[in-house]
Design a protein. Structure first.
Length: 124
């Protein structure tokens, strides 16, 4: 899947856009739960992004408003006292932006590290 060049194509951007999508008021809480279920913590290379994802996944089907109220405190308790939720959220919530956020989520899942299935005790 190709990305729109002006949107950026770094892994960090995919991670941040995915987190923005999961915090968006433009998706229903149940949709957030399903999308979070597609992802795994290991897909997030950045430690802070991984913690934010884990806390979003734990939140369940709560409203975006409630999630955004609750999330900063949870991330701070997990060891990131300088966390600013506004860095993950954009003020522009135009409908065309949601498509870019979904594309980033798909890119992140496609670029996930491949985990080899090995029996315990086997070496590569």
């Amino acid at each position: 899947m190709g990305m729109i060049p002006s949107h950026g194509s770094t892994r960090e951007q995919f991670e941040l856009d995915t987190l923005r999508l999961l915090c968006s008021e433009l998706i229903e809480p149940e949709t957030r739960v399903r999308l979070a279920g597609i992802l795994t913590a290991e897909m997030f290379a950045d430690g802070l992004n991984r913690i934010v994802y884990e806390e979003i996944a734990k939140a369940g089907a709560v409203s975006a408003r409630r999630l955004r109220e609750w999330l900063p405190g949870r991330v701070t308790q997990r060891g990131f006292p300088d966390f600013e939720l506004k860095e993950w959220l954009r003020k522009n919530r135009a409908a065309e932006d949601i498509d870019k956020l979904f594309e980033s989520l798909l890119e992140l899942t496609e670029r996930a590290p491949q985990v080899e299935n090995k029996a315990l005790g086997q070496s590569a």
